[in-house]
Design a protein around this ligand. Structure first.
Ligand SMILES: C[C@H](O)[C@H](O)CC(=O)C(=O)O
Ligand SMILES: [Mg+2]
Length: 403
C-alpha cells in the first residue's frame, strides 16, 4: 500500500565530533618497526640508487608519518574509529579541513561526505597524504555506521560471497608461510638496478632457493616497491619465469602508466603484473585499467579513498574482468574482500620480525583484530559491529590539533 503515513523511517544519531590522533610504533604505519625486522632489510626501493639509503628504508624516512587515528563520535556517544598512515600532517587535514563536512550530519550521508571531502581538497589533494586522511575519515564513518546499526561492515557491503577468506603471506619466509597454511608467499625484492647484473643474479638466486624449498606448486611472488625500470623489470621477469614467479608487483613508478602497459606486454605468458597500492581514487585506477597496465589491482583500503571509493574502483575492475586484491589493510580489507567475487583471496602482511609466526597485521593498535588460521579466516570471525575492532587503550595517542 502506498503513502502509509504511520510508517516512519528510523533515523540514526548525528555526528557530534571528529577527532584525529597520531601514534608511533608499527600498527597502520607498518614500516615503523624496530631494528632487525625483515621489512627493513636491504629492500630495493626508488632510493636504492643512493648507496647511503640502500640498506634501510627508515634511513630515507619511510616511517616519518606514523599512524593516523580518526575518531567520530555520534550524539548518542557511539564512537567509530579507523587507523591508517598519515600521522601529524593528516591530523591537521582532518581537524582543520575535513571535520566540517561531517559534524551535524547523519553518518548515512557517506556518499555526499566523501564527495565534499574530495572536491574541497582537490586543489591540493587528489593522491597521497590527503587521500589517506579522507580514507581514514571514511573508514571511521563506516565503523560508526556499523556500530549504530549493530551490523558488521561486510553485511552493509552486501554480505559474504564465500564462507571464508584465503590468504597469501608477504614476508621474507614463504617456506614458513607454506607450513602455516597460506596459499602463496610474496617476497620483497632485495636488489635494484643500481646493483647491476650482480644484484640481478642475487635476486634470481634467492628466488631459485625459495622455489627449491617450497616445491613446484606454491605461489611465489615478488614485490618490487617501485624500484625498477621497464628494462630491468623485463629482464628480471624473463629470468624468473623458470622458477615459476606468479606475479611481479609494483615494478616501476606508480606514475608511469605507459611503462606498466609496456611491462605487461613484455613479461612471459602466464606471469601476472600487479600494482596499485600507491594509486588512489576511481580516476587513478581507471588509468591503470584503461591502459591495460596490470592483471590485478591492489588498492590499499586506507590509502585509496576508503570503502566508499573502493566500491567504485572495484566495480570498474569487475567490468573489465580484473581482480582486486587489496594491499595489506587488515580488517578494512577483510570486510571488503569477503563481499566481492572479483577478490578471490587476500594479502596477509607478516609483521612478525622473523617472520616466523602469524601476528595481527596492525598490532599493537587494534584489539580483536582477527588473524588467519591455517591461512584462512571464517566470515563469522568478522561478526561484530563495524569493523569489529577497538583501539588498544594501552597505546599512547597524541592529538596535535583541535578545532
Ligand atoms: C614488502 C614491501 O616492500 C612492502 O613493505 C609491503 C608491500 O608493498 C606489500 O605488502 O605489498
Ligand atoms: Mg606491494
Amino acid at each position: 500500500m502506498r503513502g502509509d503515513a504511520s510508517v516512519t523511517l528510523k533515523s540514526l544519531s548525528k555526528i557530534k565530533h571528529v577527532r584525529a590522533f597520531t601514534v608511533r610504533g608499527g600498527g597502520a604505519d607498518y614500516h615503523d618497526q624496530g631494528e632487525g625486522h625483515w621489512i627493513d632489510n636491504h629492500i630495493a626501493t626508488p632510493m636504492s640508487r643512493y648507496p647511503e639509503y640502500r640498506q634501510s628504508r627508515q634511513s630515507f624516512g619511510i616511517n616519518v608519518l606514523g599512524t593516523l587515528v580518526v575518531e567520530i563520535e555520534a550524539e548518542d556517544g557511539t564512537i567509530g574509529f579507523a587507523v591508517t598512515t598519515g600521522g601529524e600532517p593528516a591530523c591537521y587535514i582532518v581537524e582543520k579541513h575535513l571535520a566540517r563536512f561531517l559534524e551535524g550530519r547523519s553518518p548515512l550521508e557517506y556518499e555526499k561526505i566523501w564527495d565534499q571531502m574530495y572536491f574541497s581538497t582537490q586543489y591540493y589533494g587528489r593522491k597521497g597524504l590527503v587521500i589517506n586522511a579522507i580514507s581514514g575519515v571514511d573508514l571511521a564513518l563506516w565503523d560508526l555506521l556499523g556500530k549504530l546499526r549493530q551490523e558488521p561492515v561486510y553485511h552493509m557491503l552486501g554480505g559474504a560471497v564465500r564462507d571464508e577468506l584465503q590468504f597469501y603471506a608477504t614476508g621474507a619466509r614463504p617456506d614458513i608461510a607454506k607450513e602455516l597454511g597460506f596459499i602463496g608467499g610474496k617476497m620483497a625484492l632485495h636488489h635494484g638496478p643500481a646493483e647491476g647484473v650482480e644484484g640481478l643474479k642475487k635476486n634470481i638466486a634467492e628466488l631459485a632457493e625459495m622455489r627449491e624449498r617450497v616445491g613446484p606448486d606454491f605461489w611465489l611472488m615478488w614485490d618490487c616497491w617501485m624500484a625498477l625500470d621497464v628494462d630491468y623489470a623485463t629482464r628480471l621477469a624473463i629470468a624468473a619465469h623458470e622458477y615459476g614467479l606468479k606475479w611481479i608487483e609494483e615494478a616501476i613508478s606508480p606514475d608511469d602508466y605507459w611503462g606498466y602497459a609496456e611491462l605487461r606486454r613484455n613479461v612471459p605468458k602466464g606471469m601476472l603484473v600487479t600494482t596499485g597500492e600507491h594509486e588512489a581514487t576511481r580516476w587513478g585506477f581507471r588509468m591503470l585499467l584503461d591502459m591495460e597496465c596490470c592483471d590485478i589491482i591492489q588498492p590499499d583500503v586506507g590509502w585509496c579513498g576508503g570503502i566508499t571509493e573502493l566500491l567504485k574502483i572495484s566495480a570498474l575492475a569487475d567490468a573489465k574482468g580484473k581482480m582486486v586484491v587489496p594491499h595489506g589493510s587488515s580488517v578494512y580489507s577483510y570486510h571488503f574482500v569477503i563481499t566481492r567475487h572479483n577478490s578471490p583471496f587476500a594479502e596477509f602482511l607478516m609483521m612478525h620480525p622473523g617472520p616466523t609466526e602469524v601476528v595481527p597485521m596492525f598490532a599493537p593498535q587494534l584489539l580483536g583484530e582477527p588473524v588467519p588460521q591455517n591461512g584462512r579466516l571464517k566470515a563469522s570471525a568478522l561478526d561484530a559491529p563495524g569493523f569489529g575492532v577497538t583501539f588498544n587503550p594501552d597505546v599512547a595517542t597524541h592529538r596535535p590539533y583541535t578545532h
